[in-house]
Design a protein around this ligand. Structure first.
Ligand code: P71
Length: 470
């Protein structure tokens, strides 16, 4: 692990400039189309950005998941893939990287994050048990519900207010957890589902003090904590920058300490770990591990590949090491902030403070004249695509889905459109294009009429729903 934090040239001399700690070796051409092309493509896609062909997209900010550029080292590692059915050398490299940097004892590879969510939910939730979490993530909550769990939101109230400035807006409100324990008893709680940089709250971090306090509360009641470590590296940067006592602690050490307060973690390595596919589940308890290792052969593949090729596991092992380098994390989050600062300077409503992986546009702030049932965030995503071929993602009422009992829409307080920045893919000039496009859509905000949903699938409707313009 790194002993000291490497400084960029700018930092060494106290200048404001910073830059990526890499240069570009291979490029992929982008396609630019016309407004007419985009109008046709948007209508064909039912105004759902998930249904667009990527060929019709200019700058793709749908997600930071699986969209990173791999390094030359990772590509070289791909060539050393040991494609044995059992006991691949690359599995042991991956296991070693997870044990070293995340600190958990026992590792189960999975094809991606939701594969791991499925296993932990089935193994650790008994039907009727509560699963308190710091806000929810779509796939996480669905797997918990499919295992018979009842999700309870225990994030601090401030997280639901897009303009409230709080350094650790992802924190758990311990009083909410205590109240649940008092009301239901600790035995009715499956585990605490804790996420680093809470995605749906705008990529907001959890403080070290919060996880420490949570650990001691859970110890008093014998409750386990499992961590969604998907963007925990980015969370570590916020701790380094904002929490007293961590300014000189390397990202790798902060990550290791944080994970040490939890009993295990699941991971979508498609984010922090700089790979196009992969995930894992890791726990400290041997008995739980035995159960998970047994289940993985039913749903994913043998416990030494979990649905992945050997080469994928090698790329992940190398990606983990690259992902915890301080200069990498700083430039990654720095690029997100650069875009955030442009938009903030122009008075465009975005979730504040800017989080780690994306800018979240506040669609209610864009379209105060639209009812939530006219899908403001979906409308904004469609308008951005029409303006300049930028693909974003709805994170509002469509994503929130319906209450399975009553069939009513959930009405989330946050109605957001996410501009998600892939890692090591776009340049600062691309961010300028994005900012100007957002501004153009903001300037034309009064013309927006909203959308109506004309097709609604049963599960995770946001992926495949279709809309028409009102
Ligand atoms: C993101 C994704 C990918 C995604 C998933 C569902 C709908 C739309 C987009 C995936 C996450 C995540 C967190 C915190 C678990 C997963 C699942 N995020 N936890 O943000 O952000 O991982 O996609 O590898 O199965 O675009 P998986």
């Amino acid at each position: 692990m790194t002993e000291h934090i490497p400084q960029t040239m700018g930092q060494q001399f106290g200048r404001r400039s910073w830059a990526e700690p890499w240069k570009i070796k291979m490029v992929e051409p982008l396609r630019m189309n016309t407004r007419e092309d985009r109008a046709r493509a948007a209508a064909e896609a039912g105004y759902n950005t998930f249904l667009l062909r990527s060929e019709d997209v200019y700058i793709d900010l749908l997600t930071d998941s699986g969209t990173s550029a791999m390094s030359d080292r990772q590509w070289a590692g791909m060539m050393t893939g040991d494609e044995a059915y059992a006991g691949s050398r690359n599995f042991y490299n991956l296991e070693n990287a997870i044990q070293t940097y995340y600190g958990y004892k026992h590792v189960v590879p999975t094809h991606q994050g939701r594969g791991a969510e499925h296993l932990i939910s089935q193994a650790a939730i008994k039907p009727g048990q509560f699963v308190p979490g710091n806000m929810y993530f779509t796939t996480t909550r669905l797997h918990q519900e499919m295992a018979g769990g009842i999700f309870v939101d225990v994030i601090i109230d401030e997280a639901h207010d897009p303009t409230f400035l709080h350094p650790f807006k992802g924190n758990i409100d311990l009083d909410k957890v205590k109240a649940l324990i008092d009301r239901e008893g600790a035995g009715k709680i499956a585990y605490i589902s804790l996420a680093g940089t809470v995605n749906m709250a705008g990529g907001q971090p959890v403080s070290m003090a919060n996880v420490k306090a949570l650990r001691s509360l859970c110890d008093q009641h014998g409750i386990k904590i499992y961590l969604d470590a998907t963007r925990m590296v980015e969370n570590a940067l916020f701790i380094q920058e904002r929490e007293e006592g961590y300014a000189d602690t390397p990202i790798a050490a902060i990550l290791h300490e944080f994970c040490g307060y939890t009993d295990g973690a699941w991971m979508s390595a498609k984010k922090d770990s700089l790979v196009n596919i992969g995930g894992w589940l890791a726990v400290n308890d041997w008995d739980l591990f035995e159960e998970l290792r047994n289940m993985v052969v039913v749903f994913e593949g043998l416990h030494t590949y979990g649905g992945l090729a050997g080469r994928d596991m090698e790329a992940m092992a190398i990606g983990i090491v690259e992902s915890v380098q301080d200069d990498h994390v700083r430039s990654r989050v720095g690029q997100v902030r650069y875009l955030g600062e442009l938009l903030t300077d122009w008075g465009i409503p975005i979730v504040q403070p800017v989080g780690g992986h994306a800018i979240f546009l506040d669609a209610k702030g864009f379209y105060p004249h639209l009812q939530q049932t006219a899908f403001p965030a979906q409308t904004l995503a469609a308008e951005l695509y029409l303006d300049s071929g930028i693909r974003s993602m709805e994170r509002g009422i469509v994503s929130a889905g319906r209450n399975p009992k009553t069939g009513d829409h959930y009405y989330p307080k946050l109605e957001l459109t996410r501009l998600t920045i892939p890692r090591r893919v776009y340049t600062q000039a691309h961010m300028d294009v994005v900012a100007e496009s957002v501004k153009a859509v903001y300037d034309g905000r009064e013309q927006a009429r909203g959308l109506q949903m004309v097709y609604e699938p049963r599960y995770l409707r946001f992926f495949q729903a279709r809309f028409e313009r009102l």
